[in-house]
Write a protein that binds this ligand. Structure first.
Ligand SMILES: NC(=O)c1ccc[n+]([C@@H]2O[C@H](COP(=O)([O-])OP(=O)(O)OC[C@H]3O[C@@H](n4cnc5c(N)ncnc54)[C@H](OP(=O)(O)O)[C@@H]3O)[C@@H](O)[C@H]2O)c1
Length: 237
């Protein structure tokens, strides 16, 4: 299956998967991982001024050598110093990234609108033709354990392994697969890892067999029962 591409309002298409550049890469040299990810087909990168690693991301992109018009790079503005405009701040980021095009990120907007109600937010975005980005989606599998989703995914994994004769190294692949199948509410997924093997695994989910609609529904309903919130904890207050 080719990578799921999500249409943008300007007619271009953006891949569902983007490489996150914080988590293990905060203030770190991200050049090697970015270059490897780019080389292996990840052309969508999520960056932010707060991550303080833009130069190394620019270096990684240069190292991989993909044509700049192929790439999508998101950035987020940190606090604006007095007297500086949003445009000037973006241009600084652009320079650090060695002149790549930027797709502005609407995080402050989406977070303000969230107010603890995920579905209304998604409906709001849909109504206004705004795409959402997703991060932290693997937390119930990677950073927190014992939630209701784990047995569900284990059973899906068993079904797929039996039917295909293939072994899946990680159930997180199933979440990624499900993400791609949500054609009615497409979101970009940002995933990260300090390890190229995992980045390849993220890409490989594109060739996993489809989950059934019933499996998708159970994942959605079960996953909604317990939120392991790592970011934006104020939502639960
Ligand atoms: N806008 C915002 O406020 C915001 C906030 C947070 C994140 N983000 C963006 O979203 C990106 C992704 O963030 P995330 O928190 O969602 O990261 P993630 O993709 O869930 O990865 C987090 C960590 O989980 C580990 N991991 C990944 N797959 C695993 C597996 N199968 N088993 C065990 N561990 C696994 C990785 O460790 P290893 O390094 O050991 O592989 C990685 O460091 C960030 O880099 C950033 O670009 C944006």
């Amino acid at each position: 299956m080719p990578p799921l591409m999500i249409p943008l309002n300007d007619g271009r298409q953006i891949p569902w998967l983007g490489l996150g550049t914080v988590t293990t890469l905060l203030r770190q040299d991200a050049s090697k991982l970015v270059a490897n990810a780019n080389t292996h087909g990840i052309i969508h990168l999520d960056t932010a001024q707060l991550y303080e690693n833009k130069e190394s991301i620019g270096a990684g992109i240069a190292l991989a050598g993909r044509p700049r018009e192929e790439l999508f790079v998101t950035t987020k503005i940190a606090d604006l110093p007095e007297g500086k405009t949003v445009r000037e701040s973006f241009m600084e980021s652009l320079a650090r990234l060695r002149g790549l095009a930027l797709v502005p990120h609407s995080e402050p907007f989406t977070e303000r609108k969230t107010q603890g109600a995920t579905m209304p937010l998604l409906e709001f975005l849909k109504q206004h033709d705004i795409l959402a980005t997703s991060y932290g989606g693997l937390i119930p599998l990677t950073k927190q354990h014992g939630g209701p989703i784990e047995p569900v995914l284990a059973s899906n994994r068993q079904r797929l392994e039996k039917e295909t004769g293939q072994q899946f190294t990680s159930v997180s692949g199933l979440i990624n697969r499900g993400h791609q199948q949500q054609a009615d509410r497409p979101t970009f997924a940002f995933r990260t890892s300090s390890k190229l093997e995992r980045v390849k695994e993220y890409i490989a989910t594109e060739s996993l067999p489809d989950l059934t609609q019933e499996e998708m529904d159970v994942i959605f309903v079960t996953g909604s029962k317990h939120h392991f919130r790592r970011y934006a904890r104020w939502i639960d207050d």
